[in-house]
Design a binder for this molecule. Structure first.
Ligand code: ATP
Length: 787
């Protein structure tokens, strides 16, 4: 339904008496009953006609791969601090010493995040390097040995084996060990920072599988890189260290308890993601900007400082360790995993800017095509490659195909160059004359990252146009097929590689038209092509410009890069969303973008909200709470004064007194803090909630006796006494900004008498989405699926 269709809507004058149907959970026997009441209410002529019902549809009715369905299974994180009495008591008791301790601990945690992220990056890098040396040296030797004997099948079989075995291990780990560790992990981290709880995304097991998985994928020769996974690893490291405990291993170190809440953890995770970028690219500023551009909705000066600190520590630690590993400990020449080499001698002329602009637009076009191809493949996978063994088989198949196409290219295109032109590591002679080596073999017999470096820095005329064109075509589709496999690998490197190859092709074209032009260095065009292609796929602008600038160490290129990336983004956006946003939509995650959809000021809270609201009283019956938690799936309940019924039998709504979360109710029930039995208030403080965080028991895990069900609980010390609320007449953009800016989870809607008449959560807002297609634009309202 187009939200614009509500333009004839008149702002409602909501009076408490107009709503007579406060949902009484006591009268509902099952979830179905609750839904029945909700649906019946919507037929009630006394209700505002414009109050929309949430339409939940069962998963069978949804076509897999639909982009306009939100999944109800994703819960939100609560970034708003619950300032309940327990928290205030803690502040009062502990005083300023506590604040200073907390603040020092915070810096310490960011330091540890930077160091640990870098150490993991080093481990991954060194393992990949060592294993790749063995693999490619052996391949290069065997090709030259068997080619003279005419036994080409031997090196081919060897290559397939060297690819398939590591990929098989990596895929088994991911598919059977931890599926959330597949891919780059950037969309998941993005969602986490946006406020969506993605199950198991920041667990230690995910980190282990991710790190081993990425080593296997890169060594296995997949068209993937280690940079994206590094960002995910940084996020997991941050989430782990900052909590001072591991739920997986059941170990509590008794430190950093004050950081055990969503808000604090989110800040550390943004630091971890930035440290990951910094380690991956040697780009500390790029890391900070990445966290800003891609994730964190809430930003302040203190946080910027700390994130920058973690990023710098990360790149420094990585530099120190890798320099020592490469035998030059004092040199500090290895700031990031991705080393694109220095672009010191490259400049550009004004007349080249339009060329860069066109290349940017081309990148946007190719990027949009790449996203489309990858989207189609992902949908196919979601429909047909569902079992774990099929996923493993697919990964092995791609590994085999990668070796096959490389082999075919190498043997069918005889692109020979004399030794010494290109600093290739394993010069393979193949069918070339003595003193020459096969250029394509040298591209394939190295990690994709080294290939990017070669394309950037190989002297002019190293590659001929035909081999580059074939390489672009093959790598484009190979990378699109690889991204999304059940393996841990990112898309930065294959995308840069594709872009660098067509960028070099452009330079060959320009050189063909202007043979005397001395300014056209292919490396420069490879860089612009790489940036354009990456920009077209991921659609990041600021962070990508800075990351590339930092990685290449050339500040002069800021303008060409930003021109290219903006052109790529705009062109790409004309056709579809960036790849991360496409995946987020495909998974049905209720993601809130930076801005609300345009032209929706005429949609009011009273239309968006759910109604009636399931509420609780300040002092509530235990049995009632237990039933409520069993029957409903809601995670937040407004706490209200009991509704009153006047003489004309019209029931009012309860006036808002606070908001309590399901997790809090569970902890209260688990601890049995009942008015009738609990008088030990000295032992009740915020730590009872922190100890259970983040994996709270479910209501089914608790045992409450029949006697206890007759008791009552005073919710006032535990609830958030001042939740953010808005009036029924608030517009959708206003609610959106409040939600996005403050990282809210529940937003009760009140009437003029401050009585709760509705509830808005992230899903209610995320379901209004901008829709773009080939330059046309609108707002669509998404369906919500139960799964
Ligand atoms: P989340 O899943 O975001 O952690 P939640 O489980 O409380 O929070 P959602 O799953 O987002 O809520 O909500 C699903 C629908 O239920 C939304 O349309 C929301 O407005 C509605 N809703 C949430 N809480 C209540 C409540 N206490 N009473 C009535 N409706 C509610």
């Amino acid at each position: 339904m187009n939200a614009g269709s509500s333009s004839s809507y008149e702002q409602p004058t909501v009076k408490a008496t107009k709503f007579r149907n406060v949902l009484s959970i006591n009268n509902a026997d099952s979830v179905d009953d609750i839904h029945a009441i909700i649906v019946n209410d919507s037929d009630d002529s006394n209700l505002l006609s414009s109050v929309r019902r949430r339409v939940q549809i069962s998963s069978e009715k949804i076509t897999t791969g639909s982009l306009n369905v939100l999944s109800a299974k994703y819960e939100s994180l609560d970034y708003d601090t619950c300032e309940n009495h327990l928290l205030l008591d803690e502040e009062r008791k502990k005083g300023y010493k506590y604040i200073i301790r907390k603040s020092i601990s915070r810096w310490l945690v960011f330091l540890l995040i930077g160091m640990c992220t870098a150490l993991i990056a080093c481990l991954i890098d060194i393992s990949i390097e060592e294993l790749s040396v063995i693999k490619y040296a052996s391949l290069s030797k065997n090709v030259d040995k068997y080619v003279t004997q005419g036994k080409l099948h031997v090196p081919y079989a060897l290559w397939v084996l060297y690819n398939v075995v590591p990929v098989l291990i990596g895929a088994l780990l991911v598919a059977y060990g931890e599926p959330i560790a597949s891919g780059s992990g950037i969309p998941q981290v993005k969602c986490y920072l946006n406020g969506v709880k993605i199950p198991r995304v920041v667990r230690i097991k995910t980190l282990i599988v991710k790190s081993l998985g990425v080593i296997c994928s890169v060594v296995g020769g997949l068209a993937g890189g280690k940079e994206g996974p590094m960002i995910h690893s940084g996020a997991v490291v941050a989430a782990g260290i900052s909590q001072g405990k591991s739920s997986t291993f059941g170990k509590d170190f008794g430190v950093f308890e004050f950081f055990r809440e969503d808000h604090e953890k989110r800040d550390f995770v943004s630091g971890g993601a930035a440290a990951g970028v910094s380690a991956a690219f040697g780009a500390p500023v790029g890391g900070v900007l990445f966290s800003l551009e891609e994730g964190t909705s809430f930003w302040n000066q203190g946080l910027t400082w700390r994130i920058f600190f973690a990023s710098v520590v990360s790149t420094f630690t990585l530099n120190a360790v890798l320099s020592a590993y490469h035998g030059v400990p004092g040199d500090l020449n290895y700031p990031g995993l991705l080393n694109l080499g220095k672009f010191d001698n490259f400049g550009y002329e004004f007349f080249e800017l339009p060329i860069f602009l066109i290349m940017g637009a081309l990148g946007g076009l190719f990027g949009a095509l790449w996203n489309h191809v990858n989207f189609k493949i992902t949908v196919f996978r979601m429909r047909y490659i569902t079992s774990r063994w099929l996923k493993v088989m697919e990964a092995c198949m791609v590994a085999g195909v990668s070796a096959t196409v490389g082999f075919l290219m190498m043997f069918s295109i005889n692109d020979c160059k004399p030794f010494g032109q290109d600093p290739t590591r394993y010069p393979t002679q193949l069918y070339c004359e003595d003193g020459q080596y096969n250029v394509l073999a040298s591209i394939w017999f190295q990690t994709p990252e080294e290939s990017v470096r070669s394309l950037f820095h190989d002297p002019p005329n190293t590659h001929n146009a035909l081999s580059l064109a074939c390489f672009v075509l093959i790598y484009f589709f190979l990378a699109a097929w690889t991204f999304g496999l059940a393996t841990s690998n990112g898309l930065f490197i294959p995308t840069l590689l594709t872009g660098a190859a067509w960028g070099r092709l452009v330079s060959i074209g320009i050189f063909y038209v202007f043979p005397n032009s001395s300014i056209v260095h292919p490396g420069k065009y490879a860089l612009i092509g790489a940036a354009a292609q990456l920009g077209g796929v991921v659609r990041m602008t600021i962070s990508l410009t800075v990351i590339i600038m930092e990685t290449t160490g050339n500040i002069t290129f800021a303008l060409p890069l930003i021109v290219t990336l903006i052109a790529a983004k705009w062109t790409g956006d004309f056709f579809n969303e960036g790849i991360y946003d496409t995946l987020i939509q495909l998974w049905g995650i209720p993601f809130l973008h930076w801005e609300p959809p345009p032209l929706v000021h005429n949609i009011y809270a009273s239309e968006v909200m759910s109604h009636p609201v399931v509420t609780l009283k300040c002092v509530e019956n235990v049995g009632h709470i237990v039933e409520l938690l069993k029957l409903s799936t809601y995670n937040g309940f407004p706490v209200v004064d009991p509704p009153l019924t006047d003489q004309s039998e019209v029931t009012t709504y309860g006036r808002i007194r606070g908001l309590i979360l399901r997790s809090q109710l569970i902890v209260i029930l688990k601890r049995k803090i009942f008015n009738e039995t609990s008088d030990d208030w000295d032992n009740i403080d915020v730590s009872i909630f922190r100890n259970e965080y983040p994996r709270y028991p479910t209501i089914e895990d608790l045992s409450i006796s029949d006697d206890e069900k007759t008791y009552s609980v005073d919710l006032r010390p535990f609830m958030n006494p001042s939740p953010y609320t808005v009036l029924h007449s608030a517009s959708l953009p206003r609610m959106f900004r409040l939600f996005r800016g403050l990282g809210l989870r529940h937003l009760p809607i009140v009437n003029d008498s401050n009585e709760v008449i509705g509830m808005v959560t992230r899903k209610d807002l995320a379901r209004y989405r901008v829709w773009r297609h080939r330059g046309r634009m609108g707002v669509e309202e998404l369906l919500i699926s139960k799964e």
